[in-house]
Design a protein around this ligand. Structure first.
Ligand code: GLN
Ligand code: ZN
Length: 763
């Protein structure tokens, strides 16, 4: 017996995003259900064949999905919210998609972020739990892979405890008591799945329990034990691989005692803690250590020499029969292959590994683990040369950037005066009315905007024509905002497809992939920029548009930038230096842009940090360094201006209470926060905590086309004013309006202004 290679899951999208097209064609009525199934099956088998061809020893099955794996599990176990009806047999496609996308009578289920990465899942609802095994999809896909391709696969199933903990009851995530209460109802269904899998001859099942990395104490491991014991009893012939990812396991000893045959640990995104546990506390000799050694959510070529050192350390603890090598998490979260990056600098290409390249790395390293490095010496030489070329390239050795970084330690980044002094100067200069009213930045990106951009990219219209078009949109919207009666205007962000991509195109060190798509949610893919080199400012980014907009009006126009942390969180970031270092490079570049905006006469500059909250580390004990770094880079970006220049920031989905100190420490003069989805909570946090700066709590939800009434918005304003001083309060929508249609946007803004006028009149 030897060390073997195993995978945890393969990307769904398809090299040419076939999967996305199939889903969307079905939704648009262009294909019927049988065609849908034929197309998804072809893709599923093609993906499996690739894994087979890569030489993987243990191939995951049932990791495919028609939307996301949590929704699949919801549908399989009949955890369908009652508003869609009651089901006693496998859901049809329409019934399945109703949960994800809603129907005209029933709203869609909530969607939320999958741990700390940019993927979103449908949240199970346990309000009126009704559990019934409607579809043993794990058996279906296991049998299919076996009959069609001769693959004796490893079904992947989301474990019962995580399925419960990831869901909500009456709007709140299930607590320990609720998990204990619901588990006995859910477990028999899992047992049935396992019994049927055992009958079909399944040898290994991968039970994903990612929530185990968020558990702090031995006592919290108990429910996992209860569940796993039940599965074992139901199917003693099945071996269970208990899979964790995205972090280390704190109650390591208790976890390694769980009744399973293999434990999957993440050795990449664990801050080195899993390795410390294994080295210090050992690993049970009767279990397999399924070692996640390849980065599953970043895209860099592994350093083979370093990985072999890690493997050897693990081989010092477990014997080869008990060691598997794996990606650290499902490859779902990385793009499929670098081979379709045809226009890329070969030096960068050598440093990139998407899913297929990662599988290849895995087989090389498995061979090295079994036969020694000399068995794959050519691969090792090639690997070292590629990494050396990238690390030594000019992209990663910008002397000016390095000098500026080195100088950071000698500088402090503070505004000249404290907030009370600044705000008085700003009030004097800006002369805004009480309850100043603004928007978050973007206006609808209409079909016309998108088609002009596409034409420009294809070279069908010239740069000048495109610029003129952007200007005409800016002008039109400055007029609209003046007519509506907003006090602080924006240029509308028409020149940006995406608030991160846009900055990536203008700074050095970024690469925009041609085909680096990853699933964000459902059929929706994103192509995160790749930050591969030193980030430097070479030319103004947004100044032209802001200055043009300001030239059209006497009202102040806000400059609009994306803050460093958000750029980092929504990109693939180089891993040869620390994230903080990259973040500071971006901050130093943006600082120059902020200064240039001020020089060009812009009086208010908004620096958006929407991803601050969602990027929080999974373990609370790691929050502080992350938040400190967020504050530091925000202050590098924003403190180069005069006291009378007003700095704004904006955040989405902010659970305000537990990070209020950070929000205040950013020292932004004005903050706008998305509020309507958790209205009561955020507002009530102001009863408990004093916030001294100016603030706009979004007064209506922009995430739906629905136009809120004047009364409704007015009630939101009045409610906020009960806890926030009227002199501190700003009126604005919840977030940018980019994804909305123009008519509904105009109607909603009109109502917002009317509500504001009513409140102003009542003061
Ligand atoms: N300024 C950006 C916009 O209005 C902010 C977007 C965001 O918060 N995600 O689109
Ligand atoms: Zn927002």
């Amino acid at each position: 017996m030897t060390v073997i290679s195993s995978n945890l899951g393969y990307p769904r999208l398809g090299e040419k995003r076939e999967w996305k097209k199939t889903l969307e064609h079905y939704w648009a009525g262009k294909i019927d259900e049988p065609e849908f199934h034929a197309e998804t099956k072809a893709l599923r088998l093609a993906n499996l064949k690739k894994e087979q061809a890569a030489g993987l020893d243990l191939i995951p099955v049932a990791d495919n999905s028609d939307y996301d794996h949590v929704l699949d599990t919801i549908a399989a176990f009949g955890i369908v919210p009652e508003r869609y009806g009651r089901f006693h047999k496998q859901l049809t496609l329409d019934e399945y998609y109703a949960i994800a996308r809603g129907t005209k009578d029933a709203v869609a289920s909530e969607m939320t972020k999958w741990f700390n990465i940019n993927f979103h899942y449908i949240v199970p609802e346990y309000d009126q739990p009704h559990f019934e095994l409607l579809d043993n999809r794990w058996l279906r896909f296991y049998s299919e892979a076996k009959t069609e391709l001769g693959i004796d696969g490893k079904p992947v199933i989301l474990g019962p405890i995580s399925l419960l903990k990831l869901g909500k009851r009456n709007g709140d995530y299930l607590d320990a008591a609720a998990v204990d209460e619901l588990l006995p109802q859910l477990l028999p269904l899992y047992k049935q799945v396992f019994t049927e899998l055992a009958q079909a001859g399944v040898k290994w099942v991968q039970v994903d329990e990612p929530t185990l990395v968020k558990v702090a104490t031995d006592a919290e491991v108990k429910p996992y034990e209860t569940a796993l014991n039940a599965l074992r009893q139901a199917a003693p012939s099945i071996n269970i691989e208990l899979q964790t990812y995205f972090e280390s396991i704190d109650p390591y000893k208790a976890a390694t005692k769980l009744p399973v045959q293999a434990i999957g640990l993440d050795f990449v995104h664990d801050n080195g803690e899993n390795l410390q546990h294994v080295l210090n506390d050992g690993f049970p000799s009767d279990k397999v250590l399924a070692a996640g050694i390849i980065d599953g959510h970043n895209i860099w070529t592994s350093n083979f020499a370093d990985k072999l050192v890690l493997i050897k350390r693990l081989q010092g603890v477990v014997d080869n029969n008990h060691l598997w090598l794996q990606p650290a998490n499902s490859l779902l979260h990385v793009p499929i292959t670098t081979k379709n990056e045809t226009k890329i600098d070969p030096v960068l290409l050598g440093g990139l590994a998407f899913a297929d390249e990662k599988l290849h790395e895995l087989t090389v390293l498995t061979k090295a683990a079994n036969e020694g490095q000399q068995a794959v010496s050519e691969e090792f030489t090639k690997n070292a040369a590629a990494l050396k070329a990238l690390n030594e390239s000019e992209h990663r050795n910008n002397a000016e950037v390095r000098a500026a970084e080195a100088n950071l330690a000698n500088e402090t980044f503070e505004r000249h005066s404290a907030f009370p002094t600044r705000i008085a100067l700003q009030h004097k200069k800006l002369q805004l009315p009480l309850l100043p009213t603004t928007s978050i930045g973007s206006f609808p990106q209409s079909k016309l905007v998108r088609s002009k951009r596409a034409a420009w990219r294809k070279g069908n219209i010239t740069d000048a024509e495109y610029e003129d078009f952007i200007k005409s949109e800016i002008k039109r919207w400055i007029g609209i905002q003046e007519d509506l009666g907003l006090d602080v205007l924006v240029h509308g962000e028409f020149e940006r497809t995406d608030m991160v991509e846009y900055f990536g195109q203008k700074l050095t060190g970024f690469y925009a992939t041609q085909n680096g798509w990853v699933q964000s949610y459902g059929s929706r893919g994103v192509r995160p920029p790749v930050i591969f080199g030193d980030v430097a400012y070479t030319k103004p980014i947004t100044v032209k548009e802001s200055v043009y907009a300001q030239s059209l009006t006497d009202k102040p126009v806000k400059g609009m930038l994306t803050a460093p942390l958000t750029i980092i969180n929504w990109s693939f970031v180089r891993d040869d230096i620390s994230k903080a270092q990259v973040q500071n490079q971006i901050a130093l570049a943006l600082r120059q842009e902020v200064i240039n905006l001020e020089k060009a006469g812009i009086k208010i500059i908004q620096v958006d940090e929407p991803a601050l909250r969602e990027g929080l580390p999974l373990k609370k004990r790691n929050w502080k360094p992350y938040l400190d770094e967020a504050v530091y880079s925000f202050k590098i970006t924003t403190t180069g201006v005069r006291d009378d220049t007003q700095i704004h920031t904006h955040m989405c989905y902010s659970d305000f209470e537990d990070i209020i100190d950070t929000i205040s420490a950013l020292d932004a003069d004005v903050i706008s926060i998305e509020t309507s989805r958790s209205h009561g909570e955020i507002i009530s946090s102001f009863e408990k905590t004093h916030y001294d700066k100016e603030i706009g709590l979004g007064v209506y939800d922009i995430h739906s086309p629905r136009v809120p009434s004047v009364e409704e918005i007015q009630a939101n304003i009045e409610r906020a004013l009960r806890v926030i001083d009227v002199h501190q309060f700003w009126i604005n929508p919840d977030c940018g309006l980019k994804t909305r249609q123009e008519p509904e946007t105009l109607a909603a803004l009109k109502n917002m202004i009317a509500a504001r006028d009513n409140v102003r009149a009542s003061l």
